[in-house]
Structure formats: C-alpha cells, structure tokens
Design a protein around this ligand. Structure first.
Ligand code: ATP
Ligand code: MG
Length: 437
C-alpha cells in the first residue's frame, strides 16, 4: 500500500532538531519574562471573518494564503495565518483591554498556503508579542530593545539589522497612496504584472516589488515620509531619540510598508543577509485602529512576530548554537542479569533524585554486555555505570569513563555520588539524597 506522507510545506521536527528549538524557545521566554511580559495561548482555529476584517481583504494572506474550510456546522473557519488577530480577539473577549495596559507574548504554529522553499513553509512557527493600551513611542522602543537584547543573548547581533519606518495615520497614508498611484500610472506599462494588479487593489504593496524595472521606477516615486502628519512625525522622532539613547543602530527605510492592512505609525523589520531571499526574521509595528476595527473600544496596540524556523536556520548558518544544546545523555546504566537489572532501575531513580539536572539513561531491552556498551557509547553519555554479579555482591558499581582516558574503577555505593560529581561537574547535586541499590 502506498505510504502516507506529510503535507507539503508542513515539517516534522525530529529529535535531532528539537534541542535547538527548545534552546531558542527557552531563551526567548527568559528574555520576555525579564521585561515583565506574560504568556497568552490562543486557539489555532478562528472564524474566517476575524482574519478578513483585521489583516485586510486585499492582502496576499487573505487573498491567497489562508487555509479556510467549513466545519460540520457549516461555519467558515481558518487555521490562523498569524497571531495578532487572535490575540486581539482573546484580549477583548476576556476584558483585558478596557482601562488597562497589557504586555503579552505567544508562541505556536501558523498556516499559510505559500510556495514552500528554504525559510518559507505552509506550517511555520512564530514567537510573537502584542502590547495594548500604550500610545508610545516608549513602548515601541521597548519592543526594539527587547529584540536587540535577544539577538545579543543568542549571539546573532552582528548578523541582523533593524529597518524602521513610520506609516503615519490612515489619512496621511491615503494622501500618499493617491500621490503614489498618480505617479505609477504614468509608468503603468512598464510595471511588473503583480504591481499593475496592486495599483488598483493595494498600491503601497508595489513598494515591496522584487522586479528590477519596477524598482527603478520606484526610485523617483513620491516618498511616504513627506506625507506624514505632525503627530506621527513626532511619534517617530520620539522613537528614534530613545533608540539613539539606547545605542540601537537602525536604518530608516521609507519603502518599508509591511503586508498587513492594520499597521500605522511605527513599522519595523529585523533582517539578515545570511539567509538569501527569506531574510526577515522578525517584523512588526503599531496598529492603533485594529481593536476598534474588531468591535472593541479604541485601544492602541503594537507588536511583532519572529519566524522561528528562520531564526533556527540563522543560528545554524552562523554557528551560534551553544555546545550544550544536544540530546547527549550524562550517565548510562548497564546491568548483567535479572537481579542486577532490577537494581539498576532503582539506582537510576536514586541518581535522578541526586542529580536532577542530569540525563540518566537506564538500559532497557536486554542484550549482551557488548551491545549494551555500544548503546551507552551512542548515547554520548560521559560515563557508564556497570552492575554485574560481583558488584551486587559487594554493594558496589563499576564506573566506566566513556569520553576520556580516565581508568575504569569499581567504587562502593556510598562513594558513587562524589565520583559522579567529577564527571557531571555539578555543584547542584542534592546532598540529602542517599544513593541506594
Ligand atoms: P515575508 O515577507 O517573508 O513573506 P511576511 O511579511 O509575510 O514575511 P509576517 O506576516 O510579518 O511576515 O510574519 C512575521 C515573520 O514570520 C516573518 O518575518 C518571518 O520570519 C516569519 N514568516 C512569515 N511567513 C512565513 C512562512 N511562510 N514560513 C516561515 N516563516 C514565515
Ligand atoms: Mg509573506
């Protein structure tokens, strides 16, 4: 029978990859926590209408990328393509917004029907942050300081740069849109096909075109910055002052518009040139109109999302994965005979109590001494503990170093904890726990 395979663009994350995922996730969690941000978890499926109303009907995501289906009640549901809409929906629904400020983060899979390639998948993962109730620009700056710190902690700071822009108010953007369309219309016949279509649907997105002839035309196009309203201009200047004071370098990119309709004022992207075309690892901005647009009271918002797969690719590409990020065991227990097997099981339990941070693997599944030793070696454990008849008779254990040329030695049980400390280098061994057979 034909084998059933995973869906194109939806990846299994296998055990040799999970340590780096865990490392990234726990590092991000720690950094977010250090700024006082709290985790929120939303469902993966929402009503289709939520995304249409927030992201915008004529965006790439809503037009052609959503996984939308009818459930058994005939309701139109969609696998979330991003986290902001659901986060706003949840915060509003549970009364987290009225007269309050919130600093929230979330993590999880997102779904977009795009052409799969390196750094672009149909199920991918984001780590996102959303802040509500603050008009900024201090909160905008805090988000950028927090991401900058994260890059430092991850050893990525010399591989990413910050691009910044202000989109102004909807009115300012409207005036700019008219000027841009007026200009592009004069060159319509030389625009690429996508851009010609966007000219009538979502003209600001023409600025994102990768087509070189379109880019050449854009070189002389009106610039959004010249259309900004005074408040947005002030807000942007305030943000830049805070970033300058904190020593966070950035480039102002007046063509940065982002692909989602809800953004206004601040938008930003952290980009790398180490990953080819999929170079944006983190993107976000301000969306002061979104809560109201979704039926809530007017509430300012600002946030960002990081692409986990792209960050992992970057960590691997630039060689910034710490040595300890792996599946290696610390101790591997080997036993010869049924009685020794039972004792090894109990000793392993007792070791886990004494060394709570260590990975203690007890051999299961039987086999000869040689085959058990082979498994011990493959586990990358630093040390094997062998229990045979002699050891049982003497309440001792044979300690076999696996990664250096220290001699193997048979030690009494009451000396074992101290011997293991030399291998595990752990100060945190629980001194109150007595090792037992
Ligand atoms: P891109 O321009 O690369 O398509 P985007 O503007 O659609 O990105 P956002 O919606 O802002 O991306 O999502 C934030 C981040 O999530 C991106 O910067 C990227 O790191 C990641 N991301 C977006 N789409 C994908 C995808 N299909 N596969 C993997 N990561 C993605
Ligand atoms: Mg996209």
């Amino acid at each position: 029978m034909a084998r059933i395979q995973a869906i194109r663009g939806m990846n299994d994350i296998l055990p040799d990859q999970t340590p780096i995922w865990q490392y990234l996730e726990s590092t991000v969690r720690r950094v977010f926590r250090s700024y006082g941000y709290q985790e929120i978890r939303m469902p993966i499926v929402e009503q289709t209408e939520l995304f249409k109303r927030s992201i915008g009907e004529v965006t790439d995501i809503v037009e052609k990328e959503m996984y939308t289906f009818e459930d058994r009640n005939g309701d139109s549901l969609t696998l979330r393509p991003e986290g902001t809409a659901g986060c706003v929906r949840a915060a509003e629904e549970h009364g987290l917004l009225f007269n309050q400020t919130q600093k929230l983060w979330y993590a999880g899979p997102m779904f977009r029907h795009e052409r799969p390639q390196k750094g672009r998948y149909r199920q991918f993962h984001q780590l996102g942050v959303e802040c509500f109730g603050m008009t900024g620009p201090d909160i905008d700056a805090e988000l950028l300081l927090m991401t900058a710190r994260l890059w430092r902690v991850l050893g990525l700071d010399s591989h990413v740069t910050l691009q910044l822009n202000s989109l102004g108010t909807p009115e300012a953007r409207g005036a700019y849109r008219d000027a841009l369309v007026g200009y592009l219309k004069q060159h319509e016949d030389r625009l690429d096909e996508d851009s010609r279509r966007r000219l009538t649907t979502n003209p600001l997105r023409v600025l994102d075109s990768k087509d070189s002839q379109t880019q050449a035309i854009l070189a002389d196009a009106p610039v959004l910055t010249d259309f900004l309203d005074d408040l947005s201009r002030e807000h942007f200047a305030g943000l830049r002052t805070l970033l300058d004071a904190a020593g966070i370098p950035y480039t102002v990119n007046p063509r940065l518009v982002r692909g989602l309709d809800y953004y206004g004022k601040t938008v930003f992207e952290w980009v790398t040139d180490s990953l080819g075309a999929q170079g944006t690892v983190c993107a976000g901005g301000r969306y002061d109109g979104l809560v109201e647009q979704l039926g809530g009271k007017p509430t300012p918002g600002v946030g960002f999302a990081m692409g986990v797969e792209r960050l992992i690719l970057l960590l691997e590409t630039v060689g910034s994965v710490p040595a300890g990020v792996n599946n290696d065991a610390d101790v591997y227990l080997i036993a010869m005979g049924d009685e020794a097997g039972r004792k090894a099981f109990l000793l392993a339990e007792s070791l886990r109590s004494s060394f709570p941070e260590a990975s203690v693997v007890c051999h299961t599944g039987g086999g000869s001494f040689k085959s058990q030793m082979k498994k011990a070696d493959r586990s990358s454990a630093k040390v094997a503990l062998v229990l045979g008849e002699d050891e049982l008779a003497n309440a001792s254990v044979t300690v076999k170093p696996l990664r250096d040329d220290r001699q193997q030695a048979t030690v009494q049980l009451d000396a074992l904890a101290d011997v293991l400390k030399e291998f595990l280098g752990q100060g945190q061994a629980d001194a109150d726990n007595e090792l037992r057979l």
